[in-house]
Ligand binder design. Structure first.
Ligand code: PEP
Length: 253
């Protein structure tokens, strides 16, 4: 991990939970924070949109854990049934939003141009964008992982990106929810590539946090977070269990 960058651990709850489980999970996280004291990382949890308002109430006056959205629309407002704008997330108390998650790319046909438009909207509203990129298993097997990631990065990066308003999440699609992870060299190779591209594109590209995502668990978090240029993690399944998520947060060097 780049020594000077404060890690970011983001929990993506996806389409899971109820009002009751939202309350319980956040109460457990609050208790962990109280017992352990401030974490060595920034922490964000991203509940499903219908539960963000409740989460905001639960986390009111709690510092050390922020809220994020799982997606936003590229438009400011209007006739977009079922969608959520970046301004709505801000209004609810979110500080960041995930865009371009592979499940959105696959389930909703989002391409990198769409992702960039969403990230642009997020930045314009004052949110930090966590921009997801990552190759499929077939692309890795074909030796195309670096090309795919570089292309996605190039096309998905918002125009006003800088190290304060944008983080990149490298999430190999084949590692999400599967219990499989790339090895250290594979993660390191892609993160080095992303770091180099960020350096080419942005004045402060060395300061952009590059998260790894894909089956991060308490038992692998420490080694993943110690790979050079891994500046945090985007955590799916394990973020639904407060003890596991907290343990991952505590694994930051
Ligand atoms: C994710 O959804 O971004 C993710 C990484 O999921 P998981 O941790 O369950 O693989």
């Amino acid at each position: 991990m780049t020594e000077s960058l404060r890690p970011l651990i983001a929990g993506n709850w996806k389409m899971n939970g109820s009002r009751a489980t939202t309350r319980d999970l956040l109460a457990e996280l609050r208790a962990s924070l109280r017992e352990s004291g401030p974490a060595r990382c920034d922490i964000v949890v991203c509940p499903p949109a219908p539960h963000i308002a409740l989460a905001a109430v639960e986390m009111e006056a709690v510092s050390g854990i922020e809220l994020g959205g799982q997606d936003c629309h590229a438009a400011v407002s209007g006739a977009h049934t079922g969608d959520v704008s970046a301004a709505m997330l801000v209004d609810l108390g979110c500080t960041c939003v995930i865009v371009g998650h592979s499940e959105r790319r696959a389930d909703h046909g989002e391409d990198s141009e769409t992702v960039r438009a969403k990230a642009d909207a997020a930045l314009a509203a004052g949110l930090t964008a966590i921009v997801c990129i990552g190759e499929t298993h077939e692309e890795r097997d074909a030796g195309r992982a670096k090309d795919v990631v570089a292309r996605q990065l190039e096309s998905s990066l918002p125009g006003a990106a800088n190290a304060r308003n944008t983080a990149i999440a490298y999430e190999p699609v084949w590692a999400i929810g599967t219990g499989r992870t790339p090895d250290e060299a594979e993660i390191g190779e892609i993160h080095a590539l992303v770091r180099a591209r960020m350096g080419d594109r942005l004045e402060d590209g060395g300061g952009v946090r590059i998260l790894y995502g894909g089956s991060v668990k308490p038992d692998n978090a420490a080694w993943i977070l110690s790979v050079p240029d891994v500046n945090g993690a985007l955590v799916g399944g394990a973020s639904l269990d407060a003890a596991s998520f907290w343990s991952i947060c505590q694994s930051c060097p």
